[in-house]
Write a protein that binds this ligand. Structure first.
Ligand code: IPE
Ligand code: IPE
Ligand code: MG
Length: 250
């Protein structure tokens, strides 16, 4: 820990650590082009930022960390970039899995990962199995994830259940929808962080973030450090969350 991160950590209210933090890791390409490097190098540098954020989240007691790694819209990118991202993901899982496991971190994937290349699917499934019983923190990786895809699949499942008589229309409530999303076992995010200064959600967790606090960093993702993350938590703790009511809801 640096002196700054140490003092930031100490200044946090331990009783108000967000249970679920979601991160849109953006700006890898810009980080690389600023250095006249290929975009792939930006993605590689971004992997170190991810490790740092996973470590600090576990350290301060975040229970669920969700990171947006690849969106359903990212398939529009050049084939070489998509392949590089897939191989990087496989590399991350292979290299980091033992350490993640030692830290008692459970891996969970949000999204349609089964349509990824077979070697990726195999590595992912090994990581899921190995860490399945871990308890310290859930690392949810949104991979081939799109909120609209998630909501569409849910609508299809509900329509199927209504058609075969398993569910009546009156029984379709918020809980019923939430339980069918990729995030079915997770609480909604308390805080959503986006890097690289972009003020948009890019099809991320649209149902789940109805009442999440939003925090945008100007830092490009590979430059995002544990101090930035701690600052986000510190600022979050000063937000007044009313959920539509008049007074703060604790
Ligand atoms: C985020 O960085 C990584 C992914 C979307 C996979 P970008 O690759 O989007 O970086 P910019 O936005 O082009 O700088
Ligand atoms: C969002 O970033 C997706 C991920 C971080 C994986 P993008 O870079 O794809 O988002 P847009 O295209 O700028 O909205
Ligand atoms: Mg981007």
């Amino acid at each position: 820990m640096t002196r700054l991160s140490d003092s930031l950590t100490k200044s946090l209210d331990k009783t108000k650590i967000p249970v679920h933090v979601a991160v849109i890791m953006d700006g890898n390409g810009r980080w690389a082009s600023k250095r006249l490097l290929p975009r792939s190098m930006g993605h590689r540098a971004g992997m170190n930022a991810l490790k740092e954020v996973v470590n600090i989240s576990g350290h301060i007691g975040v229970q669920h960390l969700t990171v947006f790694a690849f969106s359903t819209e990212n398939w529009k990118r050049p084939t070489e970039e998509v392949s590089y991202l897939m191989s990087l993901l496989a590399e991350f899982m292979q290299k980091e899995i033992d350490e993640l496991h030692d830290r008692d971190i459970r891996i969970n994937i949000l999204g349609d990962y089964k349509s990824l290349p077979l070697d990726c699917v195999n590595i992912i499934e090994k990581s899921l199995a190995k860490t399945a019983d871990n308890k310290a923190m859930n690392l949810n990786i949104a991979l081939n994830y799109g909120a609209r895809l998630e909501i569409l699949k849910t609508i299809q499942t509900i329509a199927g259940k209504v058609l075969n008589g398993e569910l009546s229309i009156d029984e379709i409530d918020e809980e019923c929808v939430s339980k069918l999303l990729f995030t079915k076992d997770l609480p909604d995010p308390d805080l959503i962080i986006r890097t690289a200064g972009e003020m948009r959600l890019s099809n991320f967790l649209l149902w789940q973030i109805a009442y999440s606090e939003i925090w945008v960093s100007e830092s490009l993702w590979p430059d995002f450090k544990k101090e930035d993350f701690l600052q986000a938590i510190f600022d979050y703790q000063k937000r007044i969350r009313k959920f539509g009511d008049v007074n703060e809801k604790k």
